[in-house]
Each structure stands twice: as C-alpha cells, then as structure tokens.
Design a protein around this ligand. Sequence first.
Ligand SMILES: NC(=O)c1ccc[n+]([C@@H]2O[C@H](COP(=O)([O-])OP(=O)(O)OC[C@H]3O[C@@H](n4cnc5c(N)ncnc54)[C@H](OP(=O)(O)O)[C@@H]3O)[C@@H](O)[C@H]2O)c1
Length: 330
Amino acid sequence: MASTMEHISLSAPGGPEVLLPAESPRPLPGPGEVLIEVHAAGINRPDCLQRQGKYPPPPGASPILGLEVAGIVVECGHGVARWKVGDKVCALLSGGGYAEFATAPEVQCLPIPKGCDFVQAASLPETVFTVWTNLFEDGALKAGETVLIHGGSGGIGVTAIQMAHAMDAKVLTTVGREEGLEFCRATGADHVFNYRIEDFVPLALEATGHRGVDVILDMVGGAYLARNIECLAPRGRLIQIAILGGAKGELDLHKMMQKRLKLTGSTLRPRSVEEKGRIAAAVERNVWPLLESGRIRPQVTATFPLAKAAEAHALMEAGGHLGKIVLVVR
Ligand SMILES: NC(=O)c1ccc[n+]([C@@H]2O[C@H](COP(=O)([O-])OP(=O)(O)OC[C@H]3O[C@@H](n4cnc5c(N)ncnc54)[C@H](OP(=O)(O)O)[C@@H]3O)[C@@H](O)[C@H]2O)c1
C-alpha cells in the first residue's frame, strides 16, 4: 500500500471551487479503529456547511470532509475484534470520507447490507443514524402514528420517509419542487405538500382529521416554529435537526402547555464513539433487515468521481438533486 493517498482538500472556506484534489499521507488506524480502502463516499449537507466554514470538525476529527464511506477493511488497529482485512463495510465518520483511505472506529462500521453495492452503502450511515436516533429514539415514533417530515426530497428526508413508512407510520412531507412530489410519493409518503405554493398547516390538519401530527422532523427551524406547533397533535413531539430557515422563532408556550408538547433536537457528529456505536447497533438490529428485505432502498440519484467533489457540492447547493449524491472513489 502506498503511504500517500488522494483526497479532496479544503484550502480555505468558500464556494464549491475551494474543493480540490490533493495528496496527503495515508491515515493510520488507532486502537479500536479500522483503515478502510474507500470505494464510495456519501455527500451530506453538513459537508457544504463545513466547506463554508460554518461547521468545523469536532476536536480530533479529520479536517478532510466526508461523514460516511463504504469500502474494504485493509488494516485493523490494536484491539479490533469484529472486523478483519477484506471485510466490506460502510461506516459513519466524524470526517475524512472524501479520500482514498479513511479510518473509522470499529463500532461505527456496519456490514454492507445484502443487495447493496458500495455506492448505495456509502449513502446510508449519516442519514440512517440521524433519522433513527431522532425519529425513533427521541421522537418515539410508533406504528399507526402520523409524522410530518420537512425537506422530504433530500437525503435525510427520503430516508425518514422510507423508514417511517416501513415502520407503518402515516407520512406527510413537504417539498419545494414539482419533481419532489412524485419522488416522495414513490418512496412512501402518503401526502406531499409543495410548501412554495401551499401552506402545509391546513393541509396537515386536514390529512389528520384535524387531530394534528404526532411527530415532526424539521430541518427548517425558526421560520417554521409557530406553524409546526399549530400542526402537532396533543402529546406531539417536535424534533429539530437543522436550521436551514433560521435559528430563531416565536414559541407560543400556551399552546405547548395546552397540547403537552415535547420539543427537542440534536446533532450527530459531536457525539462520542460510544454513543455512535450504540446507535450503530440499534440501526443494525432495526433498519438493516428493512434494507435487506427491500422495504427501504438507498436513493442515490447522482454520482461524481472523487476529483469532481466541487461539482457535487454545486449541485447540492443549487437544490438540483433528489435523495443522495455519492462520490465514486474507485
Ligand atoms: N442534526 C443532525 O445530526 C444532522 C445530521 C445530518 C444532516 N443534518 C441536517 O439536515 C439537513 C438536511 O441534510 P441533507 O443532507 O438531507 O440535505 P439535502 O439532501 O440538501 O436536503 C435538504 C432539503 O431541504 C429542503 N430545504 C428546505 N428549506 C431549505 C433551505 N432553506 N435551504 C436548503 N434546502 C432546503 C430542500 O428540498 P426542497 O428543494 O424540496 O425544498 C433540500 O432537498 C441539513 O440542514 C443538514 O445539515 C442534521
């Protein structure tokens, strides 16, 4: 194995053009880590924020972009018990995915689901872990309940639609483009609203017989806060995972008390290896069987070679994608 590798460098915060191919030393796996020969790396919106200088990597994480990869284990650090050289895995990373090699804690690796190739597997960890822990752990979404998922046509959105549908919840979702309507219906949404031409509040209330929805997964934030509160049923849960539409909004505490609502939110990346390992185990138990039976299908709608990471970011920021974008590394 060569001691250097190609990766995508981020010389300074800026637009997609700051992402350029470069050479760097191949990383070494630490204790409890594996070295993965990366075949494909998923792109997520947080990568764009990191590129813009708005989402620095947590302490100790690789400065290279990329939160998820799929590939082959080529070296095991001291104490690695589950994996051996030659195993095909996908992994959640706290950075370092846009490269020919990446290290990952062994507990953050999962076997590639049967039936998935490297590109499909690389599209899974970041969104599946995020949706699992937010919608099903913190949001406690149950079969028979109704969920409203904002941003349904993006990577997180389509993952949430599929997982909620597969767990027998009723799914409402919002999109901002016509092509997103059919995409979300085809992946399991029962009702899709175009938020650019219609107000989702009366539509969500009508779709639930005016009871409201049990859970909302929201990435828009401030601009939606008051309307999300209107949409929630008694004992409803609002789960905030991003603030694409602003961090501040007005909360009517009276309505929150009247309906006994719960408001929460989280970010995945800064969590400990131990916590991510716990989520990985829950995902393998609960979500991997749904992938292997075909009830959930990875939704990769665009791929780019590693060297063209800048074009992939430009596509994501132009909102020109549905589902996931993946970099093909080899
Ligand atoms: N909390 C966590 O742990 C965590 C983990 C991963 C990702 N995230 C966050 O989740 C969000 C979605 O990530 P992703 O990778 O799924 O991104 P994505 O594929 O780009 O999807 C985001 C979708 O949100 C919709 N949207 C609504 N308002 C928007 C706005 N103001 N700007 C841009 N898009 C808007 C867009 O669909 P339309 O064009 O149809 O509106 C877009 O497809 C990001 O904000 C990301 O940072 C959070």
